[in-house]
Design a protein around this ligand. Structure first.
Ligand SMILES: *Cc1c(COP(=O)(O)O)cnc(C)c1O
Length: 356
């Protein structure tokens, strides 16, 4: 494996004083990881350098043709001051799946996990101490060739940034109100909805904007062909509890394969619950709501972990779920996942990786 060079900053920034006011994604740590790819040479020169702006040609291909992918993961500080990552090898496997779809050369997954570990270790003191706060980690890759013309790049940058982020639910888990989007779609089968490609998020902004104008937190996405089958909620995967069956849309090409989704399924199965990955129509959920079979609904993702859904609006129907309060399965998943991530519970699945 290549050696990661380390250049420490001569101007360390002051750490945030009030960890209750970190917010999300606007404070960056002192250092970042950078590695270059040049055709013929492969990935080379891995280094950790002071955080700062990077020079790019205005013709850099990522600006024009969107050849850009990213990941999102976190480092957690335990009460006994250990630092944990959660299934980081899954993020790097997914990064390579995204790379493959966008004609970006693959990275060595084990090496990429090492890069995260080394950067987190350098930035250890930036990892928040208060309950629920963590260090968000953003690996990403962009094509940087200064070239106008649509073809895969020959030159790339792989970078990793870190942000101390606050607790997602400073006031406890409040269920969100969701609006079913029946006009815009996020992705289609055969497209790149199953990758963390930057362009997917550009495609989602308009619907999100309109949902917020109508006082909803997020949108529930339907399939791009019939506007009939449920796909995801905002930038999270979605689950429903129908009597004693937990259902989530099957991964059929337009849905992002979430690591929290995968972990929730594995936990539910380990508790002996029935989990089905299958097509779920919005009509089925509306009928289940009507008949009282719809017990709970929640989103899953690294940022929020579990986000209970209290209300769903579809056309002129309003479905109130579990009285607008968090249900027992959502709560148990949240407590178990966050318990494992913050080292408060045993980790029988071996999901966490300690950073030394
Ligand atoms: C990142 C992401 C998720 C959640 O994935 P996790 O690995 O659980 O964080 C779900 N949907 C979309 C569209 C995403 O970008």
């Amino acid at each position: 494996m290549q050696e990661i060079k380390l250049e420490l900053t001569k101007h360390p920034k002051a750490k945030p004083q009030d960890e209750t006011k970190l917010g999300f994604g606007s404070i960056f740590t002192d250092h970042m990881f950078v590695m270059n790819y040049d055709k013929g040479q492969g990935w080379h020169d891995p280094r950790i350098v002071p955080y700062g702006d990077i020079p790019l040609s205005p013709a850099a291909m990522c600006f024009h043709y969107g050849q850009a992918v990213f990941e999102g993961m976190k480092a957690y500080r335990t009460q006994d001051d250990r630092i944990l990552l959660f299934r980081p090898e899954k993020n790097m496997a997914r990064l390579n799946a995204s790379n493959d779809r966008l004609c970006i050369p693959p990275v060595d997954e084990a090496f990429a996990v090492q890069a995260v570990e080394k950067l987190v270790s350098v930035e250890k003191d930036w990892i928040p101490h208060i309950d629920g706060a963590s260090l968000y980690i953003r690996p990403f890759i962009i094509a940087v060739d200064p070239h106008l013309g649509v073809h895969p790049g020959h030159h790339f940058l792989f970078m990793i940034l870190c942000c101390p982020v606050g607790a997602y639910y400073p006031e406890g888990l409040n269920p969100v109100r969701i609006y079913v989007e029946d006009q815009y779609v996020r992705a289609v089968r055969g497209g790149m909805g199953n990758t963390k490609a930057a362009g997917n998020y550009a495609a989602s902004l308009k619907a999100q904007d309109e949902a917020e104008k109508q006082n909803y937190t997020q949108v529930l996405w339907l399939d791009g062909v019939e506007r009939k089958y449920i796909e995801e909620v905002g930038t999270m995967n979605v689950f429903f509890v129908l009597d004693d069956e937990v259902v989530t849309p099957a991964l059929q090409g337009s849905i992002l394969p979430g690591i929290t989704r995968m972990s929730a399924i594995e936990l539910l199965q380990s508790w002996g619950m029935k989990v089905s990955e299958r097509p779920i129509s919005i009509q089925e959920i509306a009928d289940a709501s009507e008949s009282g079979r719809l017990k709970e609904a929640f989103g899953t993702g690294t940022a929020a972990v579990i986000s209970p859904i209290g209300e769903l609006k579809w056309e002129d129907r309003r479905m109130c779920i579990h009285d607008g309060k968090i249900g027992p399965i959502s709560q148990k998943l949240y407590d178990t996942l966050t318990g494992i991530q913050w080292g408060k519970l045993p980790d029988p699945m071996g999901w966490t990786v300690e950073v030394k």
